[in-house]
Design a protein around this ligand. Structure first.
Ligand code: SAM
Length: 227
């Protein structure tokens, strides 16, 4: 059986009782560590806090393992109980939906344990979840790759009077382009996009495209500020 367990967004105590029971019965525990960040970090200390609570060792599953070597833990899940831990909710990232589909196609029993996600925690900023449009991801621009499509989506949402949840890029264990060209993978240091970088990129798109979809405040903005 494969248990895909959401850990929520806070610390180790945010796992649900159902999730904890699932983890404790599993023979092997993997922790996905590249689409999201544990707010208390993935340092050895952070992990050992989890390991102490769960009472078993955790194997960190990086991007390569999840995307290219998922067969390893899927075949383990065929023979025994395996937990795959995900920060937030398991269905808050396409990667994990894909894993569940693969497991089911391979005839492996899957149980999902839900938890809070960035997709709903954004309600904390006071904007109604019902009034969000398409969620977008803002990737780090590079010298040669500067996609503007996320901007168009924000603009579409704005035109419909909807808010946009912008997910800022996390790049962990990314092979550098040069190393890929040389055929021997070497990894870039981890990078986490700051709000400032996201805004700089949005402003660049506006400047280049002559649009003003994100920098102009909505009509009722000034009113709300005064209330
Ligand atoms: C696919 S989404 C979220 C997945 C997660 N399973 C969830 O349900 O919350 C991944 C994105 O969420 C955002 N994110 C993840 N962890 C975060 C954290 N600790 N703080 C702020 N944003 C985070 C980043 O923008 C990241 O690119």
């Amino acid at each position: 059986m494969l248990f895909v367990v959401g850990l929520g967004l806070g610390d180790e105590k945010d796992i649900t009782l159902k999730g904890l029971e699932a983890v404790r019965r599993c023979d092997k525990v993997y922790m996905e560590a590249y689409t999201s960040l544990l707010s208390f970090g993935l340092s050895s200390d952070g992990l050992s806090t989890l390991e102490k609570l769960y009472g078993k060792p955790i194997t960190v599953a990086d991007r390569e393992m999840v995307e290219e070597k998922a067969d390893v833990f899927l075949s383990e899940a065929r023979e025994s109980d395996v937990a795959f831990l995900v920060v937030g909710d398991p269905f808050g990232a396409t990667t994990h939906t894909d894993l569940v589909v693969r497991a089911k196609k391979a005839g492996i029993d899957v149980r999902v344990v839900h938890n809070a996600s960035v997709m709903n925690a954004v309600g904390a900023c006071g904007l109604q979840l019902y009034r969000y449009g398409e969620t977008i991801s803002i990737p780090f621009f590079t010298e040669t790759w500067r996609p503007y499509s996320f901007y168009e989506k924000i603009k579409k949402n704005r035109d419909l009077g909807l808010h946009t949840l912008c997910l800022l890029d996390i790049r962990v264990k990314e092979p550098s382009l040069e190393s890929l060209c040389r055929g021997k993978k070497q990894y870039e240091p981890p990078r986490f996009m700051s709000i400032n970088t996201a805004i700089e990129q949005l402003l660049e798109v506006e400047e280049k495209s002559g649009e003003s979809g994100t920098s102009t405040p909505p009509d009722d903005f000034v009113l709300k500020q005064k209330e």
